[in-house]
Ligand binder design. Sequence first.
Ligand code: NAP
Ligand code: MG
Length: 498
Amino acid sequence: MTAIERAASARHPFLDGKAKKLLIDGKWTEAASGKTFNSINPATGEVLAKVAEGDAVDIDRAVAAARHAFEGPWRKVKPYERQQLLLKIADLVEKHFEELSLLDTLDMGAPVSRTRNNKRRAVGMLRYYAGMATSIHGETIENSLPGEFVSYTLKEPVGVVGGIIPWNGPLGTSIWKIGPAIATGCTIVLKPAEEAPLTPLRLAELIMEAGVPPGVVNVVTGYGETAGAALSSHPGVDKVAFTGSHVTGQSIIKASAGNLKRVSLELGGKSPDIVFADANLDEAVPGAGMAVFANSGQICSAGTRLFVERKIYDEFVERVGQFGKGLKVGNGLDPETQIGPLVSEEQLQRVTNYLNIGKQEGARAIAGGARLTEGALAKGYFVPPTVFAGVSDEMTIAKEEIFGPVISAIPFDDIDEVIQRGNATNFGLGSGVWTKDVSKAHKVAKSLQAGSVWVNCYQAMDPAVPFGGYKMSGYGREGGLQHLDEYLNVKAVWIKTG
Ligand code: NAP
Ligand code: MG
């Protein structure tokens, strides 16, 4: 461990022993109830900080502040000025990136080898939204009415946004909600996940430092059933941008009905990753492995249903198992670590439960398969890369999202069959195909019902490329030009000129 990592594990500059507060109307305030909850380091089980437990009362205050800001001077702030604010935030995030990435590692466990690598994406997203702030425009449309009429459209910010995010990428998901809100001239109340609230709070400090006016960005930490539910049902919220599980997504749709607020949903998946016998196996082995093991499998688009052509199935699955066994599992602060802990004891229970179900249903764990309890790892929530062989489509581990480092490897015989089986799921977020045959690659890419298809790679992401789901993986897109439309209303204007 380097000195900074030793220091970080002892005391990160943000972890100063003081309870973390809510950001409402530009001021840091305690929860109205005075309550706090603990944020935990999943590698050690230690309490990192006490965090304000905001609830419906605090959401009310935050929504009022966001509404006031939206209807006040923020409404008149020009796109160029919003662009400058986003560029300033990007500069600050870049400057403080080491601190932010260590905070992500401490709070949710992802190794620094991963969180440090996210710099280009996090800063790039902010600069991408900055660019988009001055690219918002309506259209002049030729109409066919008799007489003389000019018709054009205006794009206007939708209003107050409620952003609700999970814990698996706290910095990135915060930016994915806050960036487009500022770019479009909306205001936002962000509700981070209770398991990883610290990076969003530090990001909020930087946003204030950048000069974003009070009330434009508010952060209310707290529990989903209280703060999250209050935000998604609040009549003063115009749109909810949610990332999380499909079950919570369903609650949010119901909660949004009161004022018919707009909703965009980035939900879970059970993504197929298809390996043909003609693939470059030296690339496909680590590629298919990291498609699931990265972030300990806590990635919504992880390629967890690994379909392997039968003639290479035994050899390939064995090689992925060996690859998994070769990855270094440990405390994410160690730069050598490739696989950190799961985020919480609850998540550990959930994943180990699926490991047991897999074994009971007759799958064979050829790598991993049980929690690690040796030495220092016993204190954290560590599950090693796991590969289940002999999996069939009907098994629970082939159907349900595990959200752990668990591959379910399934044999297939031909392309039409694997397309049909790959699509036989309620989800449709990510998907992968490994082949040297261009025709096969195109056919599979066109046929899979998923928001992203990765060919001879997995999990490639860029701020300019849209990401989102088909089917029960949600609707709406984040990233790309479509993203801003989620935060904009379209107004048609008619002028009789004749
Ligand atoms: P989750 O339980 O749905 O929680 C996500 C967020 O919703 C958290 O902030 C949570 O608060 C909040 N929440 C919980 N119940 C709520 C309610 N009734 N009303 C409003 N908000 C509520 O999901 P998770 O376990 O944190 O994350 C894992 C899931 O997210 C997986 O299914 C994964 O696939 C999905 N995910 C999807 C994407 C994507 O882009 N598609 C990205 C990452 C994760 P608390 O946690 O504080 O209770
Ligand atoms: Mg934590």
